[in-house]
Structures are given as C-alpha cells and as structure tokens.
Design a protein around this ligand. Structure first.
Ligand code: ZN
Length: 274
C-alpha cells in the first residue's frame, strides 16, 4: 500500500532556515552577532582577491580581519569569485581561474573544504554553470527570489526565498513559522549584503527577523552547505521497494517521515520498520 515518504532534517524537523550574505564587509561582524544571539546560521561569500589592504578602513575587510571574523564562527565561507567579475563575460579559462583561485585561497585561509558559491552580481550563463561544476562547486546562489519555501531542484542555479529588502519579509517569515510542513521539507532562504543595513539605516529589519524566526525547536538552522550535504546524504539512503527496510550507508544520522511517523537512522544502520 502506498504511504507518503518525506525527508526530514536533523532532529526530525521539516523546516530549515539559511542565510547568504556577500562580499566580506565589516558589517558582517554586527550581522553575525545578531544571528548568533538567535541561533541562526549564515553563509558568507568572499572575494579573496580583493580584500582591503591591511590597516585601511574600507568597507571590505582585510585578510586578517576576514580570518578573525569567520574562523570557527559556525558560519560558512564560500566562493564569490576571486575578483567579483561578471563571470558570463569572461573566457572559460578565466572563469575557472576566478573560481579555483578563490576556492584555494579560502581553503588555505580557513583550513576547510570550500564548495559553495554565490554569483557576483547574480549573473551567469550555462557555460559558467558547467565551468563551476567542473571546478568542484556544488551549489551557487543567484539573485532570483521565489517568495517560496521549496527545496532547491537545481543547486547550481539556486534561488532565494527573498532579499531582506523585500517589503513582505516579515509576512513571509510569519507564513514560514505558521507552516505545518507535514509533507515535503521546506526551506526559507534569505540573502543580502550587510552594508545595506548601514546604507539604509535599517538594522532593525534583520534584528526583528532574527528574533522572530530564530530559536525555534521546529526549524533546523544551518548553513547552505550543511543543507546541501544533508540532502545529498539523504539521497544515498537505500530503501526496499516497500520501504520497510532502510539502510544508511552514509556517515550522517538521517531522518525521514512515513505518513506522520518520524524515524532516524544512524550511520551504517539497517532499519526494519514492520
Ligand atoms: Zn557581491
């Protein structure tokens, strides 16, 4: 008999929230304080070829400021291309250089593996997408807003729910919080630049959003790559045709719901459900 089967996030919850902020500017530090207070995770997209010189007071941080700001912060650092170019205007070799050079610099600077990205200016072409896939990038954020909460179907052309300037931001947040989400898992994806809060003198926008949507037990707060990697691991679950037997070949504890019942399965475990 057919029963519904849905992915669940860690803890068995069906909703996740993630943020994506660009350019590595000083205002990211204030943004991180607001997010940390409310248990919210963000991905910061950095151009490691155009850090400010040390000792200057530009908006963009210097290398040492960048290192201090994001190391062991619990947030993700991701590629935003080495020099913030319009990637679709460049020859393929230069696109590959912009991606790989930024990856290599960030990986060396933070001692991590960097596979995420946001497109500078939000622009791309099919050729750019092909190139960054070959450079080991697994997701790349556009500047398209859906005002929806669907899980991504094309991670290399990843849309957001909205930008923080969207006048319907708090309506969307309320709709998300009120969602029962008892079927497919749901994601709220917010993006922007933290210097905009200074330019527009509206830090209250992100403070109100974070206080309202943060600290909830039915939302998984995660970086972009954490959500991507979790979903990839979930897709490796091995089910019998009646999905009464489930095997987890991954290193993740994974969660799913059959009808209303939520199950978790440990790394390496085989579960018999009937
Ligand atoms: Zn940018």
């Amino acid at each position: 008999m057919a029963r519904s089967l849905y992915m669940r996030f860690p803890g068995g919850v069906s909703k996740t929230l993630t943020l994506s902020y660009d350019d590595g500017v000083k205002q990211d530090i204030r943004l991180m304080e607001i997010l940390d207070k409310n248990g919210i995770k963000c991905t910061f997209n950095l151009n490691s070829g155009i850090y400010s010189p040390e000792g200057t007071t530009y908006n963009r941080m210097s290398r040492s400021q960048i290192t201090a700001a994001y190391t062991n912060s619990g947030h993700e650092v991701a590629v935003h291309a080495y020099n913030h170019p319009y990637l679709e205007q460049l020859p393929t070799g230069a696109v590959a250089y912009e991606i790989v050079k930024d990856r290599e610099t960030l990986e060396e600077q933070f001692g991590t593996i960097v596979r995420g990205m946001a497109y500078p200016y939000g622009t791309y072409s099919d050729e750019v997408v092909d190139t960054l896939r070959l450079c080991g990038i697994v997701y790349a954020r556009t500047v398209i807003s859906t005002e929806k909460f669907d899980m991504p179907t094309d991670w290399l052309r990843l849309p957001a729910t909205c930008h923080h300037k969207n006048p319907r931001l708090m309506d969307l947040a309320k709709r998300f919080v009120d969602l029962k989400a008892d079927r497919a898992p749901q994601m709220f994806y917010l993006w922007g630049h933290s210097y905009e809060f200074d330019n527009d003198n509206n830090w209250n926008v992100i403070e109100e959003f974070a206080e309202y949507i943060g600290g909830r037990e039915d939302i998984w707060y995660a970086t972009n790559i954490e959500i991507y990697e979790y979903q990839q691991a979930y897709r490796q679950l091995i089910f019998s045709v009646d999905y009464n037997t489930v095997k987890n070949p991954t290193a993740y504890t994974l969660w799913f719901a059959i009808e209303k019942t939520v199950y978790s399965i440990a790394p390496g475990e085989t579960l018999k459900l009937s």
